[in-house]
Ligand binder design. Structure first.
Ligand SMILES: N[C@@H](CCC(=O)N[C@@H](CS)C(=O)NCC(=O)O)C(=O)O
Length: 262
């Protein structure tokens, strides 16, 4: 059976779980506790030298990077297809997955990461927290997390990340003007790549970002009605935890939104 090294609320892991759900392919979820930095233990770094989740292991073959994992799953389990047939629509699909990997996911580290982590980290010894954050092999991630730990939602990184989210929701609303899904006429890997981040917008207390974007809301409702969303999101994170995240995000939004005024 496939093994997925996994973290429940990680958008990159949700992306892969959505794909497994759409395919109806079972996988053993191997939880990696990001809170205790299990992702930086030598055994895990041997699988994924970047020290991030997800990692997929298929009978000894190790695949990292959520977008590549989903491409692999779609190649290996072609039914139902999650890549449109037409070459131009495939380019469209990959334009979105590239945008998520290169722009929105790093911004996510400045918007969702503090909502998920900051309150918990602030209950710990600050020097210990800084030392722990600094252990990560990616210097950009370390600098971003240290700045946000020290400055909270006033950190410039939060403002920059939030502006990327605003731009993303605007791009999504525009793209959905003439289509129901982001590439082709059925859900594709593009929709599965966007959904975890749209889910944060809609359920992390920051849904003001979707105000005035009816097409984005309708697309989200369509995608959230699919069984794969139930499995990948609702079944993976208990309702009280989802409620707590929403409450923390709503409080954070009052501070975060100040960045949009400037
Ligand atoms: N480009 C990678 C990004 C993976 C990534 O950033 N994963 C986050 C969770 S969403 C992580 O493992 N963070 C660990 C940490 O910050 O220590 C992918 O798409 O798989």
């Amino acid at each position: 059976m496939l093994q997925l090294y996994d973290a429940a609320v990680s958008p990159c892991c949700i992306k892969v779980r959505l794909c497994l759900g759409e395919k109806g392919v079972p996988a053993e979820s191997v939880p990696v506790n990001l809170g205790t930095k299990a992702n930086l233990e030598p055994d895990y770094l041997a699988l994924n030298p970047k020290g991030v989740v997800p990692t997929l292991v298929d009978d000894g073959t190790v695949i990292v990077e959520s977008t590549l994992i989903n491409e692999y799953l779609d190649d290996k389990y072609p039914s139902p297809p999650l890549k449109p047939d037409a070459p131009a629509a495939r380019v469209e699909m990959r334009k979105w997955t590239k945008f998520i990997d290169e722009e929105l996911h790093p911004a996510n580290g400045a918007v969702a990461w503090p909502i998920l982590s900051l309150d918990r980290l602030r209950q710990q010894d600050p020097d210990q927290v800084r030392a722990n954050l600094a252990r990560h092999p990616d210097p950009k991630r370390v600098a971003r997390q240290l700045q946000i730990f020290d400055q909270g939602y006033a950190a410039p990184e939060v403002g920059a990340g939030l502006k990327v989210f605003v731009a993303a929701t605007e791009k999504w609303e525009t793209a959905l003007a003439d289509r129901e899904y982001f590439a082709g006429d059925a859900p594709s890997l593009a929709d599965l790549a966007i959904l975890p981040y749209a889910n944060e917008v809609m359920t992390f207390g920051i849904d003001a970002l979707a105000d005035g974007k009816p097409r984005l809301r309708a697309w989200f409702d369509r995608m959230a009605a699919r069984p794969s969303y139930r499995e990948a999101v609702l079944d993976a994170v208990a309702e009280p935890q989802r409620d707590a995240i929403r409450a923390r995000g709503a409080a954070a939004w009052e501070e975060m939104r100040q960045h949009l005024a400037s």
